[in-house]
Ligand binder design. Structure first.
Ligand code: UDP
Ligand code: MG
Length: 323
């Protein structure tokens, strides 16, 4: 029987200090698994020597393949590219910093091959080692997006998950440019099992996520997976019309009963400023959706490859698919 094949996709952005540690650690577990393995590193436009390290490793270890982007396209693009170029019957996505413990790989593989799951995800049960303010906003984000969107976005879910080919193909069939993986993985569905583990801190190097970047990421996620903010702004419009109607009635009745002393311009000024603020806010929401639509219609590629050691014909094939 043909041996099955597992692709391990590793997005790497300035991971010079961690890649080799990652590879050694992962090999410890995969070498004992009954499956052939390829490591597909995606160098996401690193400015350090990540690419040189990858080249060196690929010469030493035939299982190491790499794709190198022409610039930094972001982790979501790296995951997409990795999936596109992976040839495994199973695919797993892992961070290069060992925050996704390779010790879970054998169990994930077992759950898929023996217990019939299509996808095994992982979630961390705590947020140890993270600033409390960041945890607070993260929790708030998950509560909000799950209220607003039908897609299940699980709190603490990592991108670390193993899936069957059919799940990978389903994900690749979503051509959107604004790729919010946590939502995409939930959107495709399939039979999923969650593994839980305690948060691990990265082995070396430092995180690429500033608070600001996380905020933008969260907003992108909301825009990509729900249009509820648009409904919200419509409701706000209706509410303000109602309030205005009540005020008009009140003023008419008051004028009839007490005459019309000319006063109250400061309150008028406040109302005008407030209402125009609300209007700008709602136009802003509309604008955000329009901007996303604009970017999608430009239909630019999700990533561009600078160099790779993956065979030429495969590269060509993927290029054709992109069109
Ligand atoms: N990463 C990437 N492109 C980026 C930022 C990050 O490919 O623009 C990779 C990074 O090399 C790592 C993974 O995504 O393998 C997770 O990044 P990081 O550890 O900085 O995030 P955190 O674990 O702190 O959420
Ligand atoms: Mg990390």
């Amino acid at each position: 029987m043909k041996r099955e094949f597992l692709s391990i996709i590793v997005p790497a952005y300035n991971e010079e200090p961690t890649i080799e540690i990652f590879l050694n650690e992962a090999e410890k577990y995969t070498s004992r698994m009954p499956v052939d393995v390829e490591y597909l590193f995606v160098n996401d436009g690193s400015s350090d020597n990540t690419l040189a390290v990858l080249k060196k490793l690929s010469e030493e270890n035939k299982k190491v393949r790499y794709l190198s982007f022409s610039r930094n396209f972001g982790k979501e693009a790296a995951i997409y590219a990795g999936m596109k170029y992976s040839k495994g019957d199973y695919v797993v996505i892992m961070d290069a910093d060992l925050q996704d413990p390779p010790s879970l790989l054998p169990e994930m593989y077992r759950l898929i091959t023996e217990e019939g799951f299509d996808c095994v995800g992982s979630r961390r049960v705590d947020r140890k080692g993270e600033p409390p303010i960041r945890s607070f906003f993260a929790r708030l984000f998950y509560r909000m997006i799950n209220r607003m969107s039908k897609t299940d976005v699980v709190d603490g879910a990592r991108d670390f998950q193993m899936m069957r080919r059919k799940v990978v193909d389903a994900i690749l069939s979503m051509p959107e440019k604004n790729r919010f993986s946590k939502g995409i993985f939930g959107w495709v569905g399939f039979k999923k099992k969650w593994l839980e583990y305690e948060n691990v801190e990265r082995v070396a190097g430092e995180t690429k996520w500033s608070f600001w970047k996380l905020l933008v990421y969260a907003l992108d996620g909301i825009l990509a997976f729900t249009t509820v903010p648009l409904v919200f702004s419509s409701l706000l419009g209706i509410l303000f019309c109602l309030i205005a109607l009540i005020m008009i009635l009140f003023i008419i009745v008051r004028t009839i009963a007490f005459g019309d002393p000319t006063s109250g311009w400061p309150s008028l000024a406040c109302i005008i400023i407030f209402v125009s603020g609300v209007q700008l806010f709602c136009i802003g929401i509309l604008g955000q959706y329009l901007a996303k639509t604009y970017i999608e219609t430009k239909n630019r590629p999700i990533f561009l490859i600078g160099e790779t050691n993956i065979e030429e014909d495969m590269t060509k094939e993927a290029k054709e698919n992109e069109q």
